[in-house]
Write a protein that binds this ligand. Structure first.
Ligand code: AKG
Ligand code: FE2
Length: 257
């Protein structure tokens, strides 16, 4: 165990402690604990409309994490690539709306980490059964690269991998417990991160599962988007102002297990 890991373990003995991971990145211990019941109720409503599913990466791997989304767009992956899509490809319908409790909590967490005014337009919901994992990757499919990522952990604990700017940077490992929030933006926005296989266990609120809510701001503010749309607006998955750049390695890097 490195000194950093020992420190992280010590700090998380008290779930309400905060931890700076890097400039622009911090863990807010227990930030969402009070809202967990409302968040999980909302997750159940979303899942009833847009069921959890194991996406396939462009490389053909079935992801071990089951996913769904709410908000204006959702993150999806299949053999053709991965993208943000306004339509759930399974139902042909728009994704469920983002519940106010989600947006408020994500905004408050971002604010607490120093990113005022965060208004997510997408929440990727990750369901980890024991053994599910997410290998090191960057979140870089979003148009708005100025906004942070806000990630909320619910249910079973996880070992979170916090890497550096390069895939090869050795990641730091820290335990994320029910209610913890992680926020990364600014100089840390494109840090590599991932989740070790979830150990088996049972949580009173989620059973044998870890639920992670990852809030993203996919779209740039309209004024900025419209200035650049004419150069980019050819991709068929998005309305003209919303096209995104693709990075075909990421979904595979997310790691099918
Ligand atoms: O489950 C987590 O803690 C991280 C999820 C994540 O990195 C992602 O969905 O991109
Ligand atoms: Fe991520």
């Amino acid at each position: 165990m490195t000194r950093h890991e020992a420190m992280a373990t010590d700090l998380f003995d008290d779930d309400r402690r905060d931890l700076v991971l890097a400039p622009g990145a911090m863990v807010l211990g227990g930030f969402a604990a009070d809202k967990a019941g409302a968040l999980l109720d909302a997750v159940a409503r979303i899942v009833a409309q847009a069921p959890l599913r194991h996406l396939v990466t462009p490389g053909g791997w079935r992801m071990s994490v089951a996913m769904t989304n709410c908000g204006r767009v959702g993150w999806v992956s299949d053999r053709r690539g991965y993208r943000y899509d306004a339509i759930d490809p399974e139902s042909g319908q728009p994704w469920p709306a983002m519940p106010p409790v989600f947006a408020e909590l994500a905004g408050a967490a971002a604010d607490a980490a120093g990113f005022a005014g965060f208004a997510p337009d997408c929440c990727l919901i990750n369901h980890y059964a024991p053994g599910a994992r997410l290998s090191l990757h960057q979140d870089r499919d979003e148009q708005d690269r100025t906004a942070p990522i806000v990630s909320i952990s619910l249910g079973l604990p996880a070992t979170f991998l916090w890497g550096g700017a390069r895939r090869g940077d050795r990641p730091r490992r820290l335990r994320l417990a029910h209610g913890d929030a992680v926020v990364w933006g600014g100089p840390a926005r494109f840090a590599f991160h991932g989740v070790d296989p979830i150990p088996d266990g049972t949580h009173p609120l989620t059973g044998r599962a870890r639920i992670n809510l990852t809030f993203r701001k996919v779209f740039r503010p309209a004024a900025y988007a419209s200035r650049t749309a004419s150069n980019r607006g050819r991709r068929r998955w998005f309305p003209p102002e919303t096209c995104l750049s693709g990075h075909a390695d990421i979904a595979d890097a997310r790691g099918a297990a």
